[in-house]
Design a binder for this molecule. Structure first.
Ligand code: NAP
Length: 291
């Protein structure tokens, strides 16, 4: 048996088209186009590619591009001042501080400069706290994209045994929280987990977000399970994930490919968060659920 592919590219395309329509309606209603501010510090080549892709997708959706690229040696105060400038600019609906930051910059302090209402990456303490409590807030893009992929494949989340491999602030932890909010029984595995295979082997839903190429083998996967591969690794033979796709596809029931799975959904969710932030900012609907 070969697993059914969960096609993130197709889903992301549809989501981006919906966002483009919302941006068009926003412009008609308010007379200006909302903006996405991307802040890149230093010259990390992967980050440069990610930011370029996000800016291109945002422009295609109709957002105004407020991009700044600062040198790695820039002081923390200069980054903070730039974030403050974007925070005060009414046309800027969303602010994205590309991670990782160069050594010497305090990531947590800088993220907290972003007002929660413009935190389209869902990384501020306020938005993470809202997620932990299960109340409305902007959700982190990759985790929200994972849930959307599961929904698109009509995976039953409520009552499922879900295992998330990875507990980072950016991916693993929020994915686990979102699954929990949807009624899954969630296990989080990480680098200190003693026996990863026995932790994952019973999972109905397995989310691999460890950042270790090929970590998940056929032996980690229950026959028929849904496998979501968040990992991205550039290799000589192209992009690869945390999952050994060729062998796992013979065991899993459904699986996301790399590339073409979670990656495109991250950008689509970023754009959706940005138009949502713009709509809420323009209308002052503080009770609306942005997730
Ligand atoms: P991260 O901050 O490095 O976190 C990795 C997590 O995996 C940590 O919690 C770590 O455990 C755990 N881990 C590491 N080795 C492990 C092992 N052998 N067994 C079990 N758990 C292990 O990485 P991240 O930012 O979450 O990203 C994870 C992956 O997703 C990376 O490949 C990244 O490039 C990719 N990513 C993709 C997208 C996308 O759009 N597709 C977006 C973001 C990230 P400890 O906490 O114990 O150290």
């Amino acid at each position: 048996m070969i697993a059914t592919i969960i096609d993130g590219k197709h889903l992301a395309k549809a989501s981006r088209a919906q966002t483009r329509d919302r941006v068009t309606r926003f412009v008609a209603a308010h007379g200006y186009a909302p903006g996405l501010a991307t802040v890149l510090v230093g010259g990390d080549p992967a980050s440069e590619v990610y930011v370029r892709n996000k800016r291109r997708a945002a422009a295609e959706a109709g957002f105004v591009d407020f991009h700044r690229h600062l040198p790695a040696e820039v002081g923390e105060e200069a980054v903070a001042a730039l974030l403050d400038e974007f925070a005060a600019d009414q046309q800027v609906a969303g602010i994205l501080l590309q991670l990782p930051l160069p050594v010497g910059l305090d990531r947590s302090a800088l993220i907290e400069r972003i007002p929660a209402a413009k935190d389209v990456d869902g990384l501020t303490t306020l938005n993470q706290g809202r997620l932990a409590r299960g109340v409305p807030g902007l959700r982190p893009c990759t985790p929200a994209g994972v849930i959307e992929l599961l929904d698109s494949a009509e995976v039953q989340i409520e009552g499922a045994d879900a295992v998330v491999v990875g507990r980072s602030e950016l991916v693993g932890h929020p994915v686990a929280e979102l699954l929990l909010l949807r009624g899954a029984t969630v296990t989080i595995a990480h680098s200190r987990t003693r026996d990863l295979k026995s932790a994952t082997a019973g999972a109905d839903i397995l989310v691999a977000a460890a950042g270790v190429p090929g970590l998940i083998t056929a032996a980690h996967v229950k026959p028929g399970a849904v496998v979501i591969d968040v990992g991205i690794h550039r290799t000589e033979s192209g992009l690869r994930g945390d999952v050994r796709f060729e062998e796992v596809a013979h065991v899993a029931g459904r699986i996301t490919p790399v590339p073409g799975g979670v990656g495109p959904m991250t950008i689509a969710t970023l754009l959706r968060n940005t138009i949502t932030a713009a709509e809420i900012g323009a209308t002052g609907e503080t009770n609306r659920d942005p997730s």
